[in-house]
Ligand binder design. Structure first.
Ligand code: SF4
Length: 185
């Protein structure tokens, strides 16, 4: 029987390794959606895109790469400036990326979408869900509320990404997160 598609917004390959498998195990056909206008600089964005392409090919998943949204991200999230991770800027950043994912799902007739953002222990799943629900309401695709770090998900993602040789970055993505305490420069 043909499985229903779910558009999986992917922030990076190591975070997507576990969630894409979990979605497939739950009966969905994951289609990876790489849309991250938050990421700075462009060389880092390209490195993450290449790694996501590697994951998609290794697992046989579809991949849509969408490089739009830089101006929108700056207008909604970047404008909020520096500040620690987890605040208003991050909520706006989730909103911009999940808004685009919901739009893309609706445009392609994909009934549901979700995101790898909850795979990270640095992200507040409730804040991610709030952004996902808002995007779902606006565009009419269903948002799947998976907290992918739960039930050993974080460890499983790390194991799978080691197995596939995926590069792991050491900051969240935007220019403000490059000064994360403890990050090697
Ligand atoms: S710290 Fe991460 S989630 Fe927050 S605004 Fe920057 S890239 Fe987005």
């Amino acid at each position: 029987m043909k499985r229903p598609k779910a558009l999986l917004h992917v922030c990076c390959a190591p975070c997507a390794a576990g969630p894409s498998k979990s979605l497939a195990d739950a009966g969905w056909e994951p289609v990876l959606f790489f849309h991250n206008p938050n990421i700075h600089p462009d060389s880092e964005l390209e490195m993450r895109r290449v790694e996501v392409d590697k994951l998609a090919k290794a697992r046989g998943f579809g991949l849509i790469s969408d490089s739009s949204g830089k101006d929108e991200w700056e207008r909604t999230a970047g404008v909020l400036g520096p500040g620690s991770e987890g605040g208003a800027r991050c909520r706006a950043c989730f909103g911009q990326r999940l808004g685009r994912a919901a739009f893309k799902a609706a445009e392609l007739g994909i009934p549901a979408f979700t995101t790898t953002l909850t795979a990270s222990p640095h992200k507040n799943a409730m804040m991610v869900f709030d952004a996902g629900r808002e995007a779902a309401l606006e565009w009419g695709a269903a948002f799947l509320e998976y907290d992918f770090k739960k039930r050993g998900g974080f460890g499983e993602s790390a194991r799978l990404s080691r197995e596939l040789g995926l590069s792991r970055q050491d900051y969240c993505g935007c220019r403000f997160s490059m000064d994360r305490p403890g990050r090697k420069k």
